[in-house]
Design a protein around this ligand. Sequence first.
Ligand code: SF4
Length: 498
Amino acid sequence: MTIKTGARDTDQDKLHEACGVFGIFGRGEDAARITFFGLHALQHRGQESAGIVAGDGHRLTAHLRMGLVSQVFTEEDLLGLRGHIAVGHTRYSTTGSSKLNNAQPIVVRTPSCEFAVAHNGNLVNSAPLREKMLEEGYTFRTTTDTELIARLFCEGPGQDLLDRIRRAVPRLQGAYSLVMATPDQLFALRDPVGVRPLCLGRLNSAWVVASESCALATVGATYVREVEPGELLVIDDQGVETYQVSERESQATCIFEYIYFARPDSVINNRLVYLARQEMGRELAREHPADADIVIAVPDSAVPGGIGYAQESGIPFAEGLVKNRYIGRTFIQPDQRLREMGIHLKLNPLPEVLADKRVVVVDDSIVRGSTTKPIVRLLREAGAKEVHVRIHAPPMRHPCYLGVDTARRNELIAAQKSVDEIKDFLGADSLGYLSLDGLVRAVKVSGSRLCQGCFTGHYPVPVQLDFDKFALESRDGCCEPISEQMVEPFVEPAPSKK
Ligand code: SF4
């Protein structure tokens, strides 16, 4: 069962990120409180659930709930999360349902290991790995791929945690940026190709790790560096130890982080996302010029691209669409009448700006087309004389299997229709997509170091083309069925002492 939310109904044509992770080790710091603010900065990466697990040197304490970070934690909750270590997570589900039982960080406990794992990414071999682990005697309490990782690291063969991690890593295929904790150590681990971002920062004498550098800035930490692909950081009172736990393969950071997912004030691979998006707009203007009076952008993520298009084309930039920033992700279902208003819940046009104008509207991507089409209609209803749609990414013809919840291939409009047919479907006067070469030029990171799978169909790791995010819930005998009883967050109790 997936929880349907009102906001999702109006936002269903966007890709959804897999999650945000944050961690801190700092003697004398209120680690949980800092993590709370770090998670706020990563809210855009997942809005279904949030959680923080804190360690005080002796034990881990957890608080996890469904909802936004601001809804999940009260002052009292934070006061209960004591210690100098904390890991936090904001979730959008890519494996397993959106339900409290699957909220993260996941905490597993054995007599010799107490371990919390927060995961951004997606294992592409989760179903066969889980079956194999069941044969080996592991038992599971959630339907997430994260629990497979937590169990292998905590319960797998090996002399100590580091040894168990080293032995488990070759069994994990796919995308994983992990922030993990025991009661006295913080860990950060990135998959061998570094699909999802993960960076290290410094806050006074504390160490901080986060999905994006914007979260470091939010808590006052300075950016130190990226966690390298295949690198494990172990952080404790002795400082930061680094281990290369898997052979480093050629890097394949998700190019969509630059197009849409990451916040514009984040730096990934030394490239400020805002500047990359602006450059995408400039490239787009060179590739697909238009005779127009104004350039507008679909707020918020396409604004830098719209500004870049305007700068390059010399056509003035204007705000033609206003976003309701507070619709966010609500758990209140809109009634039928509001649902029919659809896009109006999220965007309102400014007729005074648009009337009698030839309008270029820049957006970051088209998934199904079900949001872009109403936007074109809104602009026409507001008086636009012509609507020229410009997309600062290439046509998306393939799903993502690496931690992004995309539509299935047969739902992707660019997999089904030509650009001309899409233009007709949208009701636009013209349509132009940025080329892949133009996109890579704008990102200014070598194309060989970027995953571009959703544009090319070539992925940096072998993927299971029939992957289903509910795969761990639907395979008979593979795992526990979803049940209404599984409504508690999964924090394994301490094993009873013999
Ligand atoms: S397939 Fe697309 S969305 Fe998925 S990791 Fe690769 S570039 Fe990113």
